[in-house]
Ligand binder design. Structure first.
Ligand SMILES: Nc1ncnc2c1ncn2[C@@H]1O[C@H](COP(=O)(O)OP(=O)(O)OP(=O)(O)O)[C@@H](O)[C@H]1O
Length: 276
């Protein structure tokens, strides 16, 4: 009887966001038979996959194939029309889950406040959620800025930074939360190849240093093939393939091979005009 009461009390206790210094284990994600519809349009069809704790899992596919929609369901920002998503057995849409696990999302456009300095952009959430003392939060912010080589940008506004620096600030802001699950939406879009490679290296380093589970939505084939543990290919809202980078390079599915090695049709008038 006593055990019953203790169990009930444990389950009903509110979950505070994990505070500074608390040990974090990476989390696993399980997507089971997920469908997503917007009105009459079905944009995800029967998606099932498992992301193992600590892996870098990349989701690729042509524009409009449902990558960002899937990421939003995993982040708990939206709910699937049917099917389930579980983070270590918990529904990401449940606010308790977001308090229980540190989940951070790096948005495509950075979602930074230009009216705040880089420092304040990073410190805002931890201060609001009182996850440590001011000194502890300052240490964490400065550490994240150092990891991303952004110490010189600490007092600048994001508006003054290059595209690559903004992406790094967005990653640093996620890092301040010492996440167990990091969700990246197009972290290398609009960057030149050198900066894209730098961001890919950063994602891989963070995985090593923090043992964070990373899910990356990307068009970047280099990123997918160099840093991912596994790659899922979505097409028309369906999961067409789930394999390792090596498996992807040796695929015998012609549609996936074409996607991975797009051919430019030099007879296309668009390219002929460009060459003229
Ligand atoms: N909130 C929404 N309401 C209605 N339709 C939506 C909504 N969000 C996405 N869609 C539709 O879902 C489909 C998949 O969109 P999604 O943004 O996931 O594509 P994507 O694969 O991420 O594309 P891209 O690589 O261009 O970012 C598209 O047809 C899009 O128009």
């Amino acid at each position: 009887m006593k055990k019953e009461i203790q169990k009930e009390r444990f389950q009903s206790e509110p979950h505070q966001p994990a505070s500074i210094g608390q040990a974090r284990a990476p989390v696993g994600v399980e997507v089971s038979n997920v469908f997503k519809k917007y009105g009459p349009q079905t944009v995800l069809t029967d998606i099932s996959l498992k992301v193992e704790p600590g892996e870098i899992f990349t989701i690729m596919g042509p524009s409009g194939s449902g990558k960002s929609v899937l990421l939003r369901q995993i982040a708990g920002l939206e709910q699937p029309t049917s099917g389930t998503i579980r983070i270590n057995g918990h529904d990401p849409h449940d606010p308790d889950t977001r308090d229980r696990f540190a989940i951070a999302l790096v948005f495509q456009a950075g979602a930074l406040f230009n009216s705040l300095s880089v420092y304040d952009n990073l410190a805002l959430y931890p201060l609001e959620h009182r996850i440590g003392t001011h000194a502890q939060i300052r240490d964490r912010v400065m550490r994240a800025l150092k990891i991303l080589s952004l110490e010189n940008a600490v007092n600048k506004s994001p508006a003054e930074l290059s595209g690559g620096m903004k992406k790094r600030v967005a990653i640093a802001r996620a890092l301040v939360m010492e996440p167990q699950l990091l969700l990246y939406d197009e972290p290398t879009s609009e960057l030149d190849p050198v900066m894209s490679a730098t961001i890919s290296e950063i994602i891989a380093t963070l995985k090593e240093q923090y043992q964070v589970t990373s899910i990356v939505v990307s068009h970047d084939r280099e990123l997918a093939l160099t840093i991912s543990s596994r790659v899922a290919i979505l097409m028309r809202g369906e999961l067409l393939s789930l394999t390792t980078p090596d498996g992807l390079q040796h695929t015998d599915n012609p549609e996936i091979a074409d996607f991975m090695h797009p051919k430019i049709d030099l007879e296309n008038p668009r390219y002929k005009t460009m060459g003229a």
